[in-house]
Design a protein around this ligand. Structure first.
Ligand code: MN
Ligand code: MN
Length: 290
């Protein structure tokens, strides 16, 4: 397989691209074990494992215009990373392209949503083992433990659905009682099935376009142990594949966060790369003229 520093099949120029990859190697707000700063390049490296042709959709990624912008260099305070990421992502939306942002810890997601053009409404499907709904954590309101809260402040509680959650503090649940961000737990997904759960989640998001924020720890650590805060009883890779396929016709952007490659032998990076590719092929397939 050919190999370069970038994401596989990302050979288009920025101007020609329909999808734009951006890496954010930032993990200064990880709260258990660090290492997500190594996620973007590891995901890129593992993306070279795959055939460009997709069996299910017939889409060939070598024929899809994808550009890899490389990594955001900012590695100071979270608030500085937030400013940089917003500035990097804003022109991607402005040019009518779909950003695919590889993290980095989950603190890198809110600026990707905040960069969406002002005045336009956007829904967010937030896949995570955790609720990430703290007002502030360890003195930092831009911690990865606060990301859904920051996103809710931008787009409104009714425009966010958390899917796959199974870990939350009492404080977060109590705050959410008045704020009202909808969520579907991993236990409900196990009970009701992924099809019904995703259908329910997407019916709650009334906006035309939907942004997907995937904290890789939404997936069970048996499949995705290469992450900073692994949590048992998670979703399966196929559950997340289904969710991505269901959102694809409305996809505004995607991020995949919290891949921390040194805690496994590459499985988690491989899965993240495959899910990024899944989003692209499903999006292309759903916009094909029949
Ligand atoms: Mn998270
Ligand atoms: Mn999480």
């Amino acid at each position: 397989m050919p190999h370069s520093g970038g994401f596989a099949d990302a050979s288009a120029t920025f101007d020609d691209a329909r999808f734009v990859i951006l890496g954010v190697p930032f993990d200064r707000t990880t709260s258990f074990r660090p290492g997500a700063r190594f996620g973007p390049d590891s995901i890129r490296q593992h993306s070279w494992n795959f055939e460009s042709y997709d069996l299910e959709t017939g889409v060939d990624l070598s024929e899809v215009a994808i550009h890899d912008l490389g990594n955001v260099e900012e590695f100071g305070f979270a608030r500085d990373m937030v400013t940089s990421v917003r500035e990097e992502v804003r022109p991607i939306y402005a040019a009518g392209k779909i950003p695919i942002v590889l993290g980095g810890d989950h603190a890198c997601s809110p600026p990707c949503v905040e960069a969406y053009p002002d005045g336009s409404s956007i829904g967010v499907l937030y896949l995570d083992a955790h609720m990430d709904f703290r007002a502030s954590y360890l003195g930092d309101d831009r911690s990865h433990a606060c990301s859904s809260r920051r996103i809710v402040e931008k787009v409104g509680a009714k425009n966010v659905v958390v899917l796959g959650v199974r870990s939350v503090s009492r404080e977060e649940i109590e705050d959410n009682r008045s704020i009202g961000m909808p969520y579907i737990t991993a236990h409900e997904v196990a009970e009701d099935g992924i099809e019904a759960s995703v259908k329910k989640a997407l019916s709650m998001l009334k906006t035309e376009r939907v942004y997907v924020s995937l904290d890789i720890d939404a997936i069970d650590p048996a499949y995705a142990g290469g992450t900073g805060t692994p949590e048992p009883f998670g979703l399966t890779p196929r559950d997340v594949k289904h969710a991505i396929g269901a959102v694809a016709p409305r996809l505004a952007g995607l991020d995949i966060m919290e891949v921390s490659p040194h805690y496994d032998t590459g499985n988690t990076s491989l899965l993240a790369a495959r899910l990024a590719r899944e989003a692209i092929v499903r999006c292309v397939a759903s916009h094909r003229v029949p």
